[in-house]
Design a binder for this molecule. Structure first.
Ligand code: ATP
Length: 440
């Protein structure tokens, strides 16, 4: 796919998402809730396609992948073991004058200067703020029944390591994948879907032997690069950022972020980390339950090493929109087009009658094709040009027009979203044609 400089800005993406029903501010009619969004029909379909692409992409020749759907609520001790109770904090500072709250370490404020909101310099001390949402389980509120909404999906994988290994009769190396919601009480949610309080993660925990772990880490770096290529991202906008010693979490052996160049700079899209034996050792220590593997050949027990890959569905959703958004000219008109890779496009194709008079046979064709893929649309309203524009804006790769000749030649015109080129295709060849273009 050809990549020209994109015209996307955050405002344009937000406006498109709202206009076309990809994303709505949650509880908008009640004033909204910061950092939390609802996804409309097209947003839901795009998310589903992203998740499907991710799930397919982690299949590999080295070992099996098993899937887990862990609970969202987790007990206190588990988050103590993982280090989240003590360390999952961000530094925050408040403006005493306007009461606005900021994260003190992400460049949003300079404490030597005045508040960017009210222009007065009157800061509180910098305090530590734990990002987990805490709640109580059951009717008694005596402080002994605390639970937390998970801030990452990974820990439910670690605590189920033994369950997953034994019930699946898994052999190392193997992976446990999870797609699910996570919650972080971010001090300043911002940049639309980039930093949310409720979001979804796609995480893979890869369990392997210590001796092979560095090779495995390298393997996953390359494997993940290929994924971004496969969903059509402009690879010039992707870079790998290897953490320096100072940046590394204390338990991490090495870690590389895959970053994307957003209009607000290069930012983390995915993290790939060699976590050593930290997680399984911690849960063994705190639970008192053995999470080691026993090797028959050497009659020895040892703790597997974990290589993790972790990416947010919402952050990738925002990335693919930025990457696909173009404003160009076609047929003498300016249009907005989402040049989404066909595999993730929410609507695969649309069917139009050239004029209202042809609605009946065109609709019959639509109903037949809908049995092959339900994610297609029928549109009879407005000029053909208008109908093309509507589909371009939501990233539909192809539009099929049923015209006056169709009755005689049993063929339709199929128009390509990116080039505007039209081809005459026999009705009984529509499916193989779309398959040849990777649309179906
Ligand atoms: P950041 O430095 O951006 O806060 P992080 O290093 O805390 O991210 P991880 O804990 O490694 O992020 O989470 C893995 C992935 O989950 C991130 O790469 C990102 O894609 C996604 N993610 C993390 N926090 C959020 C959030 N608040 N909103 C949306 N996605 C998120």
């Amino acid at each position: 796919m050809e990549h020209k400089p994109t015209a996307a800005s955050l405002d344009k993406i937000i406006s498109l998402c709202k206009r076309k029903g990809f994303v709505f501010q949650t509880a908008e009619i009640y004033g909204g809730l910061n950092g939390v969004y609802d996804f409309g029909h097209l947003g839901y379909l795009l998310r589903e396609n992203i998740k499907k692409a991710w799930k397919n992409s982690i299949e590999n020749d080295l070992g099996e992948i098993y899937t887990l759907e862990g609970s969202l609520l987790g007990v206190h001790k588990m988050w103590q073991a993982s280090g989240h109770i003590d360390n999952f904090n961000d530094p925050m500072v408040d403006c005493k004058n306007c009461k606005k709250r900021f994260r003190a370490d992400d460049g949003s404020v300079d404490l030597n200067k005045s508040c960017p909101d009210c222009g007065i310099k009157n800061w509180t001390e910098v305090r530590s703020f734990n990002l987990m949402f805490k709640t109580e389980v059951g009717a008694v509120s005596d402080g002994t029944n605390h639970a937390y909404l998970r801030p990452e999906t990974a820990q439910t994988i670690f605590i189920n390591f033994k369950n997953m290994m034994t019930t699946n009769r898994a052999k190392l190396p193997f992976g446990v994948a999870q797609i699910g919601k996570s919650f972080r009480n971010e001090i300043t949610p911002k940049q639309f879907l980039f930093r949310l309080r409720e979001f979804e993660q796609m995480e893979l925990e890869w369990f392997c032997k210590e001796e092979t772990s560095m090779d495995m880490f390298q393997f996953w770096l390359e494997h993940r690069r290929k994924f971004y290529q496969s969903i059509g991202l402009n690879m010039d906008k992707i870079r790998f950022h290897a953490h320096s010693k100072e940046e590394l979490a204390h338990y991490s052996v090495c870690c590389t972020d895959i970053e994307y160049e957003f209009p607000f700079g290069f930012k983390e899209l995915e993290g790939i980390a060699h976590r050593g034996t930290f997680d399984l050792s911690q849960h063994t220590q705190f639970s008192g339950k053995d999470l080691q593997v026993f090797e028959e050949a050497t009659k020895s027990s040892w703790t597997p090493v974990v290589v993790e890959t972790s990416v947010g569905v919402d952050r990738l959703f925002l990335t693919v929109l930025f990457d696909a958004y173009y404003e160009d000219e076609m047929d003498g008109e300016t249009r907005v087009v989402l040049k989404l890779h066909p595999s993730i496009a929410p609507i695969k194709f649309a069917v139009f009658p050239l004029v209202k008079k042809l609605e009946e046979p065109a609709y019959a064709l639509f109903k037949t094709l809908k049995k092959i893929n339900p994610n297609i649309q029928f549109d009879v309203t407005g000029s053909i040009g208008k109908r093309y524009r509507r589909q371009d804006e939501i990233g539909t790769p192809a539009c099929i027009t049923y015209d006056f000749e169709s009755e005689q030649d049993h063929a339709v015109t199929i128009r390509d979203r990116d080039t505007g080129k039209q081809e005459r295709i026999a009705i009984d060849k529509i499916i193989p044609y779309l398959q040849s273009k990777n649309i179906l």
